[in-house]
Design a binder for this molecule. Structure first.
Ligand code: C5P
Length: 221
C-alpha cells in the first residue's frame, strides 16, 4: 500500500496581520490557528505521516504528538523543502497545506487522494465568482472570460519525486512560486484542478480572522 504524507507549512511571519506572534500561532477561539488543519490531517485515516513546519524558534515548544515538527525557511517554498526532507522514504505521495487555511476538510483530502490514485497531481481550487478585468493601473484594458479562472487553494497533492524535482529546478533557476503547482507546471507537467470549498479560506488579514471566528461559531466546527 502506497503511503501518503502531508507537509503543513506554518512558518510564515504573517506581516499582513500586523501581529508580533507568527500567524499560525495566533489564537482562534482559544486554539492556535495551525492546530485546526493539523488535527484534520492527524485524524484522516489515509494520511500516514504528518510534518509541521514552524518558525525555527518555535520548534522546541510545539507538541510532537504523532507528527514531526521542523523549522521553516525564509520563503514558503523553502519551508516546503524543509518539510519534504523530513518525510520518510515510504511516502510516495505528499499533500502540501497552508496552516493559514484552518477549514480543510476530509472531503477535500479524499478528492486529492483519489486524484493521486489515478497517477495525477492535483490542487483544490475554486472558480472565481467575480467578473474579471485586466487593467493597467486603474484603467480597464479588457474583461476576461472568468470561466477560465480558478483561485488556487491548498492542499495541493503530488508524487513526492515530482515535487522534489520541481522544487530543485526552481531553486537552481531562482524561481520562487507562491504555490507548489506553479513549480510543477514549470516542468511542463500536468496538474489537475479539483473542486475546492468556498469555506476553505486563507487567513491573511485581521478581517479574515474575524470571519473565521464567525464561521467557526456559525457552523459549530
Ligand atoms: O504568507 P502566506 O499567507 O502566503 O503564507 C502561506 C503559508 O505559508 C502560511 O501557512 C505560512 O505560515 C507559510 N509560510 C511558511 N514559511 C514562510 C512563509 C510562509 O511556512 N517562510
Amino acid at each position: 500500500m502506497k503511503k501518503s504524507g502531508v507537509v503543513i507549512v506554518a512558518a510564515g511571519r504573517g506581516e499582513r496581520l500586523k501581529s508580533d506572534i507568527p500567524k499560525a500561532f495566533i489564537q482562534l477561539l482559544g486554539k492556535p490557528l495551525y492546530k485546526y488543519s493539523l488535527e484534520v490531517f492527524l485524524n484522516h485515516p489515509d494520511i500516514d505521516e504528518v510534518v509541521l513546519v514552524v518558525p525555527s524558534e518555535k520548534v522546541g515548544g510545539v507538541p510532537k504528538n504523532r507528527c514531526q515538527v521542523v523549522g521553516g525557511g525564509a520563503t514558503r517554498q523553502e519551508s516546503v523543502i524543509n518539510g519534504l526532507a523530513a518525510l520518510s522514504p515510504k511516502c510516495e505521495s505528499v499533500l502540501v497545506h497552508d496552516a493559514a487555511r484552518p477549514f480543510v476538510t476530509d472531503a477535500l483530502i479524499d478528492r486529492l487522494l483519489a486524484t493521486l490514485a489515478e497517477g495525477k497531481s492535483g490542487i483544490v481550487a475554486w472558480p472565481v465568482p467575480d467578473t474579471l478585468k485586466r487593467a493597467k493601473g486603474d484603467i480597464i484594458l479588457e474583461t476576461v472570460d472568468r470561466s477560465h479562472f480558478w483561485a488556487a487553494q491548498t492542499p495541493q497533492a503530488f508524487p513526492v519525486a515530482i515535487l522534489k524535482e520541481a522544487l530543485q529546478k526552481a531553486k537552481e533557476e531562482n524561481f520562487v512560486g507562491t504555490d507548489e503547482a506553479s513549480v510543477v507546471e514549470r516542468l511542463g507537467l500536468e496538474v489537475c484542478l479539483v473542486l475546492g470549498d468556498a469555506r476553505n479560506i486563507k487567513i491573511t488579514t485581521q478581517y479574515d480572522l474575524t470571519l473565521a471566528q464567525a464561521l467557526l461559531k456559525y457552523f459549530n466546527i
